[in-house]
Design a protein around this ligand. Structure first.
Ligand SMILES: NC(=O)c1ccc[n+]([C@@H]2O[C@H](COP(=O)([O-])OP(=O)(O)OC[C@H]3O[C@@H](n4cnc5c(N)ncnc54)[C@H](O)[C@@H]3O)[C@@H](O)[C@H]2O)c1
Length: 366
C-alpha cells in the first residue's frame, strides 16, 4: 500500500520533492499546506490530487496521512517539528537545516529524546550518485582518509518567497544554510566528529545592491572553513557563490596513504547554457600512488531524475530510503543528531569568521 505524505511548505524545494514522489510507485501526496498563492498553484499542478489546507494543524487532522515533509523556510523548521510533536508525531522528513540559532539547542535535545517516530533530516548531497560512489570507495582508494576537501563553486542564492534567504537571522547564516550539507558530508565520510573549526567568510559580490524594507542583505557569498576531527583527519571547505561559470559545481577530494579519490558533480542542468551543448556528466576519479595512473569513470544519472530536480537525482534516492524507514524496514540514516552536528559546525564556522578565533567543540557557550 502507498505511503501517504502531508507536505508543510511547498516552494521550490517542496515542489522538487513532489516531482520525485510522483516517480515513486509506493508514495502519494495527499495534502499540502503552502501559504503563498503562487507556490500553492504551482504545487497543485505537480500534485493535482493533493488537498490544499490552510495550516499545519489542519493538515495533521487528516487521518489518511502517514508521514510528513517539512520544506518551509529554515527558521520555521524547529517550531513546526514541535507543533507536530504536540499534535500528532508522525514520521517526518525535515529539510535542512534542522535549526538556525545556537540558543535553540535545548529544544533540539528534547525532540531527540522524546519524539516517538522517525525524524530524518534531509541531506540530499549524501544521495547524489557520484558522492555516494566516492563514499563507498573512499576507504579502499585512500587506505584511510587523512585529508578531505569539499569545494562548491556555484550560482548566487536564488530568489525565495518573502526573500527569507537574504538574512542571517532567518537562515542561520551561509555556513549553516548552505554549508550544513558539507559539514554533514565531512562527518559521514570521515566517520568522526569535529573537535575544532577555523573559518573565514563574508559577503564580497552578491546581493549588495538589493534592499528589502530598506535593509541590505547580510548573507555571505564565500568562505573557507578548516576542520580538525577527533580521528586526526583534517577537512576543508571552500564555498564560492559567484562562480556559476564552472563546469562542475561540487568537487570533493579525499587523500590517504594509498592514494586519492575525487568526485566532480555538475550543477542543475537547467542552468547549463544551451550553446555549450550537453551538460557535464558527473565523474569519480581514483588516483593510486602505486602504480600511478588516475582512473576516471563517468557516473551518469537517470535523465528522468535529473529533470525532476536540481540535485542529481538525490531527492528521489533519499525518499526511497526514507520510505523504508517509515515502513519500519530500514534505519533513519540522517538523524536529529546528524542534523544537530551539521548546524553546530555551521554556527561555529560563522562565529570563527566573525571573531577570528578557532572554535572548539563542545562549543563553550552552549
Ligand atoms: N536539501 C537541499 O538540497 C535543499 C535545497 C533547497 C532548499 N532546501 C531547503 O528547503 C527549504 C525550502 O527552501 P526553498 O528553496 O523551497 O524556499 P522557497 O521560498 O522556494 O519555499 C519555501 C516555501 O515555504 C512557504 N512558507 C513560508 N512560511 C511558511 C510556514 N510558516 N509554513 C509552511 N510554509 C511556509 C513559502 O510560502 C514558500 O513557498 C529550506 O529550508 C531550504 O534550506 C534544501
Amino acid at each position: 500500500m502507498a505511503v501517504h505524505y502531508g507536505v508543510i511548505g511547498c516552494g521550490m524545494m517542496g515542489q522538487e520533492h513532489l516531482r520525485n514522489l510522483a516517480l515513486l510507485p509506493d508514495a502519494e501526496v495527499v495534502a499540502i499546506f503552502e501559504p503563498d498563492a503562487v507556490m500553492r498553484a504551482r504545487a497543485a499542478e505537480v500534485a493535482p490530487n493533493a488537498r490544499m489546507v490552510g495550516s499545519a494543524a489542519e493538515l495533521l487532522a487528516i487521518e489518511a496521512i502517514d508521514c510528513l515533509l517539512i520544506a518551509s523556510p529554515n527558521h520555521f523548521h524547529l517550531g513546526q517539528l514541535e507543533e507536530i510533536a504536540a499534535i500528532r508525531p508522525l514520521p517526518v522528513l525535515v529539510e535542512k537545516p534542522l535549526f538556525t540559532n545556537a540558543a535553540d539547542i535545548a529544544r533540539i535535545e528534547i525532540l531527540r529524546e522524546k519524539y516517538p517516530a522517525p525524524i530524518w533530516v534531509a541531506m540530499e548531497y549524501r544521495y547524489m550518485p557520484p558522492v555516494a560512489r566516492l563514499i563507498a570507495e573512499a576507504e579502499a582508494a585512500t587506505g584511510g582518509i587523512r585529508m578531505l576537501t569539499i569545494r562548491e563553486h556555484r550560482f548566487p542564492f536564488l530568489k525565495k518567497v518573502g526573500d527569507w534567504n537574504r538574512f542571517n537571522d532567518q537562515t542561520g547564516g551561509t555556513m549553516v544554510e548552505k554549508c550544513c550539507h558539507f559539514f554533514d558530508l565531512m562527518r559521514l565520510i570521515l566517520k568522526s566528529d569535529p573537535v575544532r573549526i577555523m573559518a573565514s567568510g563574508g559577503q564580497a559580490v552578491n546581493h549588495a545592491d538589493e534592499r528589502y524594507d530598506g535593509l541590505q542583505p547580510d548573507i555571505w557569498d564565500h568562505g573557507y572553513a578548516i576542520v580538525d576531527f577527533a580521528s586526526g583527519a583534517r577537512a576543508m571547505l571552500e564555498l564560492c557563490m559567484f562562480a556559476e561559470g564552472s563546469r562542475y559545481q561540487e568537487e570533493i577530494s579525499a587523500v590517504g596513504p594509498l592514494g586519492k579519490i575525487e568526485c566532480k558533480v555538475p550543477g542543475p542542468g537547467r542552468f547549463w547554457p544551451e550553446h555549450l551543448g550537453a551538460p557535464p556528466v558527473a565523474k569519480v576519479i581514483v588516483s593510486p600512488r602505486e602504480p600511478q595512473g588516475p582512473r576516471a569513470v563517468d557516473i551518469p544519472v537517470d535523465p528522468t531524475l535529473l529533470d525532476a530536480g536540481d540535485h542529481n537525482g538525490s531527492t528521489f534516492y533519499q525518499h526511497q530510503r526514507f520510505l523504508r524507514a517509515v515502513r519500519g524496514n530500514g534505519p533513519v540514516e540522517v538523524t536529529v543528531d546528524d542534523g544537530r552536528w551539521a548546524v553546530l559546525m555551521g554556527l561555529a564556522a560563522q562565529q570563527s569568521s566573525q571573531t577570528g578565533q578557532a572554535v572548539k567543540f563542545p562549543m563553550a557557550q552552549l
